[in-house]
Design a protein around this ligand. Structure first.
Ligand code: AMP
Length: 354
């Protein structure tokens, strides 16, 4: 069913993605309510309403969700139990719990990708220092130890080679269930951003090439410059993944591109994505509007790209002098965060080229 104009969209999470989703929803005539634990969050300040509460406090989340016509989320660490509870209490949550479940756990994520026919880097589950030593040997003497949960932007990761102190490495990552992943000699990184509607219609944006610095996305540019067969494979994989998850909304799949053009999937984000921040300026329909359309049961908009584009993040203090940090003539978006901590994503710029 298509939500009527004036319906209320609930967003779990109060960060910049929630803020940009709320702005897009308002443009389409929806009311927006944000649920998050922090007062004065970036999303809450542009929404009609905000409820402050813990993500795992079921009565409070349910009470809020019942005041909304549909609920979505803007980050992947929303407790899966909370989403199950909302759904079993009769609330519409889009995307559903399945997309969250696999994105929250690197081991489940990799297994799901492989089951869906999407290749990943070789990996081994690691539950203790002995496992780690064995895994290092199995992967040829080097790897990246990543915690199964809560790691993002390169956090919760450690590069290791045989002979390193496995006990110390495992405890540095707080002795959590982890995976050891082979180090991929990639030639570049790309991502596929796909939107899937409630009727199963899927549209994928043009593929951006992504450049990370210390595990954090720094730049995305389109066109990617990788060959079209590789881009087509990336699109196809993301569309297939969204269907396998019965995902509704936007989803991003990050890839490593190898020298021979083959792809290894790295990470799934069940939401709008930093590497898609150029889409509102460069495409007929931006990723935030597209996500809102999908969760509202509306038809998707065209993803046709009108410009070549480059997107850069404004981190920490860069956002205090954005016109100096961004290229001349670019479109600047700032997230309204109160404190410019080092490395914190404070805004981004998009430079368009005809
Ligand atoms: P992640 O948080 O897993 O997306 O990792 C952040 C970034 O670290 C990636 O975008 C890559 O630039 C780098 N990275 C992660 N895993 C690997 C790997 N297995 N081999 C090489 N580089 C990696």
């Amino acid at each position: 069913m298509m939500l009527p104009v004036g319906a209320k969209i609930g967003i779990i999470g109060g960060g910049q993605l929630g803020r940009m989703l709320a702005v897009a929803a308002a443009r389409l005539g929806f009311d927006v309510s944000i649920y998050c634990p922090e007062a004065d969050c970036p999303a809450g300040r542009v929404a009609q309403q905000q409820t402050i509460g813990r993500y795992d406090h079921l009565p409070s989340v349910l009470d809020w969700a019942r005041s909304c016509d549909v609920v979505t989320y803007e980050f992947e660490n929303v407790p899966v139990d909370t989403v199950h509870y909302l759904v079993s209490s009769g609330c519409d949550v889009r995307p559903g719990a399945r997309s969250l479940e696999i994105a929250q756990d690197r081991l489940a994520e990799k297994a799901f990708l492989r089951d869906a026919g999407i290749e990943t880097a070789p990996y081994v589950a690691v539950n203790g220092p002995q496992d780690l030593a064995r895994a290092l040997t199995q992967l040829g003497g080097a790897g990246i130890l990543k915690t199964r949960r809560e790691g993002y932007d390169g956090k919760g990761q450690l590069r290791l080679v045989s002979g390193d102190d496995c006990e110390a490495a495992f405890s540095r990552l707080k002795a959590q269930p982890s995976i050891l992943e082979a180090i991929v000699p990639f030639s570049c990184e790309i991502s596929a951003i796909v939107a899937r509607s409630i009727t199963g219609e899927s549209l994928c944006y043009d593929i951006p090439r992504n450049h990370h610095v210390e595990g954090v996305l720094s730049r995305s540019s389109v066109p990617s410059g990788v060959d079209q067969t590789t881009e087509a494979k990336a699109r196809e994989a993301a569309i297939c993944l969204a269907a396998a998850l019965d995902h509704v909304g936007v989803l991003a799949l990050e890839f490593f591109v190898l020298a021979d053009g083959s792809l290894l999937a790295n990470e799934v984000a069940p939401r709008v994505h930093n590497s898609g921040h150029w889409t509102p300026e460069a495409c007929r329909t931006g990723q935030f509007e597209q996500h809102i359309r999908a969760v509202a049961g509306w038809p998707l908009g065209s993803v046709e790209r009108k410009y070549r584009a480059e997107m850069g993040n404004l981190l920490g203090h860069e956002a205090l002098a954005p016109f100096e940090a961004a290229p001349a003539g670019s479109v600047i978006t700032l997230y309204g965060k109160r404190e410019a901590k080092a490395g914190r994503k404070m805004g981004h710029w998009v430079r368009l080229v005809d």
